[in-house]
Design a binder for this molecule. Structure first.
Ligand SMILES: Nc1nc2c(ncn2[C@@H]2O[C@H](COP(=O)(O)OP(=O)(O)OP(=O)(O)O)[C@@H](O)[C@H]2O)c(=O)[nH]1
Ligand SMILES: [Mg+2]
Length: 261
């Protein structure tokens, strides 16, 4: 991971603007203090927060998050790379923040927040590789977005101290490499229920029963081991994969962020 930090720092040094991409569902926990401090300490570079995946949260939540960032002295813009929402606003904000007529932008943030997708959307055609698995972008890549805008795609970086449960919520654990997917799925369900009570159960049209979740889900999806035993491991993979693909209706509430300032 240190190699990745090296790439990120070197691109920040070469940029007029740093776009920190956060997931609109969990903005407070996918921010890097280390990176923000590095950028804010630099005289030549301005920081903008891109709240991406706004298609996954209610409109009024976005306004609340923009105010939440503003209260902390940070400019934030909502965008959906997938639905192509907010793209003109983000272009204008970047050019305004740049001290020159053109802008070189380092697009940084946690894995899987949509950095590469955002670059592709702004450019209008694919240049940067995108995947529903964290860690897709592994090296630096400079993309010409328009005559006045150049963007560096960077590998996602994760703070060393990020709690496991937040990694699960952010979908930045490699699901296929998990030792205990059942445990991860239950952690995800529990956190989801604290944020939006009953929402995951409603999505799957199952009873909200945390203790028997995997069994209930295995039966629902007809996943059995030999002898008609519900396959809890496969049930766990279903919920984890659905989450990484952004299908589960769970998101943070700005009044009660998971991580305080
Ligand atoms: N719903 C939704 N999904 C999005 C959006 N932007 C990106 N995604 C999805 O999020 C996943 C990760 O997208 P990437 O663009 O590869 O993310 P990244 O930040 O470049 O990831 P790394 O290269 O691994 O750091 C993909 O499955 C995208 O389709 C968005 O605005 N809305
Ligand atoms: Mg990428």
């Amino acid at each position: 991971m240190d190699k990745f930090w090296g790439i990120v720092y070197s691109q920040v040094d070469k940029s007029d603007v740093v776009l920190e991409v956060v997931d609109a569902r969990f903005p407070s926990i996918c921010r890097s203090n280390r990176l923000e401090k590095y950028v804010l300490d630099s005289d030549s570079t301005n920081l903008i927060i891109a709240i991406n995946k706004t298609d996954l949260i209610p409109r009024e939540r976005l306004d609340q998050w923009i105010s939440w960032f503003k209260d902390q002295g940070l400019a934030a813009v909502g965008v959906s790379a997938k639905e192509r929402l907010g793209t003109s606003r983000i272009r204008q904000t970047i050019l305004r923040a740049s001290k020159r007529k053109t802008a070189v932008v380092a697009v940084v943030g946690f894995p899987n927040t949509g950095k590469s997708s955002l670059i592709n959307t702004l450019r209008g055609k694919s240049a940067a590789g995108v995947a529903p698995i964290p860690g897709k972008t592994r090296s630096e890549q400079k993309v010409r977005v328009s005559n006045s805008l150049f963007m560096f795609d960077t590998p996602g970086v994760i703070p060393a101290k990020l709690p496991e449960k937040h990694k699960i919520l952010l979908g930045i654990v490699s699901i296929t490499k998990l030792q205990d997917p059942e445990h991860a799925a239950l952690v995800l369900y529990h956190q989801g229920n604290q944020l939006n009570p009953g929402a995951i159960a409603k999505y799957y049209e199952i009873e909200d029963n945390e203790e028997e979740l995997l069994e209930i889900l295995a039966v629902k999806f007809n996943k059995y081991r030999k002898g008609k035993v519900p396959n809890e491991r496969e049930a766990a993979m279903i919920i984890l994969k659905d989450h990484v693909r952004g299908r589960l209706p769970i998101f943070e509430v700005p009044d009660n962020p998971l991580r305080l300032k």
